[in-house]
Design a binder for this molecule. Structure first.
Ligand SMILES: Nc1ncnc2c1ncn2[C@@H]1O[C@H](COP(=O)(O)OP(=O)(O)OP(=O)(O)O)[C@@H](O)[C@H]1O
Ligand SMILES: [Mg+2]
Length: 476
């Protein structure tokens, strides 16, 4: 049986000890959850395992043998694969070509043997019982299926270890079921599975063991069936959270209508009407693909619309670009942080101020001290884990990047704030903080729209809930 052992692994980044003497062991045929707050060091440990980063101390043993991978390619060759939430594929190539990327079977005269390529790929597709074909083009698949292809890519290399880093963040419930079926198959074949997720439900559903990490340090390892959600939360956060929603301090003074949307239509939105009040938290429930994000993108000026009307603060508005929306007082925190939300190579400070440049400038001139002050305020208020405001946002842990985005929205002082899946990739402790932040914004009489696929979140947070289906509002 394969085994993987971390021994005293440490990793230091400028200003942070990301990992501090981490040791634990994982065996084949088991799914091991790695649990910890945002910035605890989970992704860093995986990146050391797959040769992306080099440890500053300690070692790891694969089947008792000490390993040091200098690059992900070396790690892959030794049987270690990581599946990230962001998919890494070539869109215009077929599924088969993606699966066999670095190992395309070549025939006589160095011609690609497509027949063999497709047949081998189709075998795996059938084994996993997936509903697409080896010859389908990657960019024609759904996000979930693209991710399955990533798993197939790892699987065909006959891996010893597959690590999943928040794999379900963009998947619907049905898609999660499919992914879990596949993960179980991998487990049955004796593969060691490391599984990182902030969703407790998933931890209890598929993992056999849990390893808790806090501030880069090992806290505990136990059998999943021997622990409870409450105990795990306490171990990772260091305190008892109780019922998050009961403890929120809410806005009780909901004001008049701040925004009204009337019969909004575009190719994805089929006649949507609703009102949002000052100081109200309005939840949008529905399945992935129900048209919630599409409606908000139209309002925010990302996508166009041809019919209907939007009235903001008594004025009819039609934004052709998010910049116009932000200037008029609407801001939106996008669901897809990586694609639309952040400027990864710019500093936290730049990212916090980007929507509110006029507040930190005089005339055309940026005022650096104001900029710095606004950034420091955001870092403090949102408890963003960073040594300083000059760190590149791309170097923050996922959850801390999300907090920077919220800090940015707040700095712009909007009248209407749209939060699309605001707690995606956020740990339980920080989730509670973000819910309280949403309530605090409402207290400032901002109208807050929350889109979420987590029902408890919508139910616990909203003053009123609209349900969407097929581009229409189907219930209130
Ligand atoms: N490339 C890097 N350069 C500098 N600091 C980094 C880098 N990568 C990670 N860090 C820091 O190391 C710490 C651990 O980050 P890591 O991404 O491993 O956390 P995580 O447990 O995966 O959190 P999350 O749940 O938010 O994804 C954080 O303080 C982070 O800012
Ligand atoms: Mg991470």
């Amino acid at each position: 049986m394969s085994s993987l052992e971390f021994k005293n692994i440490s990793k230091i980044f400028p200003g942070v000890k990301a990992l501090d003497n981490i040791s634990f062991k994982a065996n084949g045929g088991e799914i091991i959850a790695m649990l910890g707050e945002n910035g605890a060091g989970k992704s860093t440990l995986l990146k050391i395992l797959n040769g992306d980063y080099q440890a500053d101390g300690g070692q790891y043993l694969l089947n008792g043998e000490e390993k040091h991978f200098k690059s992900p390619l070396e790690a892959i060759e030794a049987g270690i694969s990581i599946i990230y939430q962001e998919r890494q594929y070539i869109p215009y190539l077929s599924v088969a070509e993606n699966v066999f990327m670095e190992q395309i079977p070549v025939g006589k005269f160095k011609m690609i043997n497509f027949k063999e390529l497709n047949a081998k790929t189709q075998e795996i597709i059938d084994e996993f019982q997936l509903p697409f074909k080896a010859t389908d083009r990657m960019n024609e698949l759904s996000v979930a299926h693209q991710q399955m292809v990533e798993v197939m890519k790892a699987y065909r290399r006959k891996p010893k270890v597959i690590a999943f880093d928040e794999p379900t963040a963009s998947l619907s419930d049905a898609e999660i079921d499919t992914l879990f079926e596949i993960i179980k198959k991998l487990k049955e074949q004796g593969i060691i599975i490391l599984y990182v997720s902030h969703r407790m439900k998933e931890i209890f559903r598929i993992t056999d063991q849990v390893v808790v990490i806090k501030d880069g340090k090992f806290v505990a390892q136990m059998r999943t069936k021997d622990t409870t959600e409450q105990e795990l939360v306490k171990l990772m956060v260091g305190r008892d959270l109780g019922n998050i929603f009961d403890n929120l301090s809410r806005n009780t003074q909901i004001g008049d209508v701040v925004m009204e949307v009337k019969h909004l239509k575009n190719p994805w939105v089929h006649d949507v009407s609703f009102q949002l009040h000052r100081g109200e938290i309005l939840g949008f429930a529905g399945l992935v693909g129900a048209g919630r994000t599409e409606t908000m993108r139209a309002i925010f000026g990302v996508d166009g619309w041809s019919e209907g009307e939007i009235i903001l603060d008594g004025r009819s508005v039609h934004f052709r670009h998010p910049k116009q929306a932000i200037r008029a007082g609407i801001d939106m925190a996008m669901e897809d942080r990586k694609d639309e939300g952040i400027f990864a190579i710019r500093s936290i400070m730049d990212n916090i101020n980007v929507s509110s440049m006029e507040k930190v400038s005089r005339g055309q001139w940026l005022q650096p001290d104001k900029e710095r002050k606004a950034a420091k305020r955001g870092i403090e208020e949102f408890e963003i884990k960073t040594p300083d405001e000059d760190k590149k946002i791309g170097e923050l842990s996922g959850g801390n990047q999300q907090k920077v985005i919220l800090a940015r929205c707040l700095a712009a002082e909007p009248k209407v704030l749209i939060l699309d899946e605001p707690t995606k990739g956020i740990d339980v402790g920080a989730k509670a903080e973000i819910y309280q932040m949403a309530c605090d914004l409402a207290k400032k009489q901002i109208g807050v729209i929350v889109i979420s696929s987590e029902l408890p979140e919508i139910l616990g947070l909203s003053d009123r809930i609209l349900v969407m289906h097929n581009g229409k509002i189907t219930g209130e």
